[in-house]
Ligand binder design. Structure first.
Ligand SMILES: C[S@@+](CC[C@H](N)C(=O)[O-])C[C@H]1O[C@@H](n2cnc3c(N)ncnc32)[C@H](O)[C@@H]1O
Length: 317
């Protein structure tokens, strides 16, 4: 089918249970992977996702297309894509379909011709094995590979990246499901490679907004407090008077703004001074960060059209 009509190769998944609630879904999942259904395409595992996953893929792939098309000649083809938290490459959706996840959406895009290599990292062996089998079936093992790696252990991420070193330009997509990737890992990725731009799934509303005030005020939330400070690379964040005041008044929006600002300051500290976000419904943000204004121009172009094809006015995304 025409890629424009079916960009993520969506197909009905006849036996999907369409689990009606979280509890039922959890029973049918093993670390996010559906244990009832395999792909009708290739018989390999599927990761169960919410319907908003397409919006994330839309912005990621649009940016990937614009960035690689704009930069491959300038960098003599020395471009690399890295994805931390890649999953198995294909997903089942809660409405009873299967489709490409981010990894296969990238590898199936025509702009993949412009990159030298693609590295996918996940801490789930089943996902890594499935993605490597998919890469093999697609005949792109010369370009792409999946590795096991744990983002809480920066060295394991660096050792995977060093299997395919690159002194050119890297786009690194970081896609965890909560605010728990240590900023030290982002810093390590940034310093071990040539130039790198980041897109980070920032779990503003699904994670921090729920627990931020308690992390600031309630001693029982010590673990969450440490997690958030480690994520944002800002030790002492919860001691700040402005943070405490926002938490005491339960001003969750203000608290979230301060937290995101602290994260963005950490990115600036490592040279990623040009930043911007796009929201994925009311759930979370994709946060883009680069050291160069050209990258930011590409990003603004990528986010200027939403998944329905509507133009988004700046500041109204
Ligand atoms: C949101 S899913 C990624 C989905 C994928 N990017 C996509 O959209 O198709 C998050 C992934 O993070 C992986 N993960 C969780 N904790 C991790 C860790 N500490 N290190 C590396 N990967 C981790 C999970 O196994 C899961 O596949």
């Amino acid at each position: 089918m025409d890629r424009r009509l079916d960009p993520f190769r969506r197909r009905p998944l006849e036996n999907c249970q369409k689990c009606p609630n979280r509890d039922e879904r959890e029973q049918n999942l093993d670390r996010g992977i559906c244990n009832l259904n395999k792909s009708v395409f290739d018989g390999l595992p599927l990761r169960c996702v919410g319907e908003w996953a397409n919006e994330k893929i839309h912005y990621l792939v649009r940016y990937f297309d614009i960035f690689t098309t704009g930069m491959h000649k300038k960098w003599g083809g020395n471009l690399r894509y890295i994805e931390i938290c890649s999953g198995p490459g294909r997903c089942s959706t809660r409405d009873g379909y299967e489709q490409d996840g981010t990894a296969l959406a990238i590898l199936n895009h025509k702009a993949v011709a412009y990159i030298q290599s693609a590295i996918f990292i996940d801490n789930n062996q089943e996902s890594v094995d499935a993605l490597n089998q998919r890469i093999k079936k697609m005949n792109v093992t010369d370009k792409a590979i999946a590795f096991i790696g744990d983002y809480k252990d920066g060295d394991s991420i660096l050792s995977a990246m060093n299997q395919r070193p690159c002194d050119g330009l890297t786009l690194c997509f970081v896609d965890p499901t909560s605010c728990d990737i240590p900023f030290s890992t982002i810093e390590a990725i940034s310093s071990c490679t040539g130039k790198v731009d980041f897109i980070v799934s920032f779990f503003s509303n699904l994670d921090f907004r729920r627990n931020g005030a308690d992390a600031a005020l309630n001693p029982e939330f010590e673990v969450a407090r440490l997690k958030y400070e480690t994520f944002a690379g800002c030790k002492g964040f919860f001691e700040r008077p402005d943070v405490k005041t926002a938490a005491e008044h339960r001003k969750h929006d203000d608290l979230l703004r301060l937290f995101m600002h602290a994260y963005r300051e950490s990115l600036s500290r490592i040279g990623k001074i040009a930043q911007d976000t796009v929201s994925i419904r009311e759930y979370y943000h994709l946060l883009f960060a680069t050291g160069h204004s050209r990258g930011l121009d590409f990003w603004k172009k990528a986010k200027s059209t939403d998944i329905t094809g509507q133009k988004c006015l700046p500041g109204l995304e």
